[in-house]
Design a protein around this ligand. Structure first.
Ligand SMILES: Cc1cc2nc3c(=O)[nH]c(=O)nc-3n(C[C@H](O)[C@H](O)[C@H](O)COP(=O)(O)O)c2cc1C
Length: 204
């Protein structure tokens, strides 16, 4: 079976991260036709610097961009730090925003969710992450939202929380529904009107 790929980025580097547990729920409960590629190396990225955003880019940057290129969608799972997006995640988004106007996530649907200590579950970080992503190139799906206050999870492992598993599963299912068919259908399957619009202007 050919499977569509969702690139997953995690905004916490902490080993015992609650958001990492949520990422693992997303991976475990993804539909059969969806592969979640968890790029778990954003902590290795250098601070964004145009001086080193050269051709070729640093290996780790190339690896991140290749993972984004081969994905058809993105899922960002992050806590809130000081009322906004963790620096390590913003740095990854900055690397993904280049080449300018041609981000490897350009036009691809991306959803942002996560858990945080505060009563609003990190909604400021989620909104700020959406804002940065929207400028960076992807198509942010605002309607897919989940900001979980960690105190609602009690002491149990996140994966044992039936309501949370249902919510995260629903997020992945709804994001999958936003993805284009993969692999793309051949041109001969496309409607005539679309084929005409692809013709070069000199033929019109
Ligand atoms: C530097 C720092 C800043 C934080 N700022 C916030 C905050 O603004 N809002 C909030 O709800 N929680 C805040 N927290 C608490 C985190 O939400 C909490 O530690 C969460 O569990 C971190 O996610 P993780 O478990 O995935 O690592 C902060 C934690 C740290 C370490």
């Amino acid at each position: 079976m050919t499977r569509s790929t969702i690139l997953l980025l995690l905004g916490s580097l902490r080993t015992a991260s609650i958001n990492r547990e949520i990422a693992q729920i997303a991976i475990a409960h993804a539909p059969n036709d969806i592969r979640i590629n968890f790029f778990d190396r954003i902590g290795e990225l250098p601070h964004y610097n145009e001086d080193i955003d050269t051709e070729p880019a640093p290996d780790i940057v190339s690896a991140l961009r290749a993972a984004a290129t081969s994905a058809q969608a993105g899922l960002v799972i992050t806590p809130e730090y000081n009322g906004t997006i963790p620096g390590v995640l913003k740095n990854a988004i900055d690397w993904l925003s280049r080449p300018y106007g041609n981000s490897p996530l350009k036009g691809k649907p991306v959803a942002v969710i996560g858990a945080s200590l505060g009563s609003y579950g990190g909604v400021w970080a989620h909104d700020d992450t959406r804002k940065a992503l929207r400028i960076a190139g992807p198509r942010v799906v605002d309607a897919i939202a989940l900001s979980v206050p960690t105190k609602t999870l009690r002491a149990e492992a996140a994966a044992a929380n039936v309501a949370l598993v249902e919510q995260v599963t629903d997020v992945v299912r709804r994001l999958a529904a936003e993805m284009p068919p993969w692999p793309p259908s051949p041109a001969s399957d496309r409607p005539t009107a679309e084929i005409q619009s692809l013709e070069s202007p000199r033929h019109r």
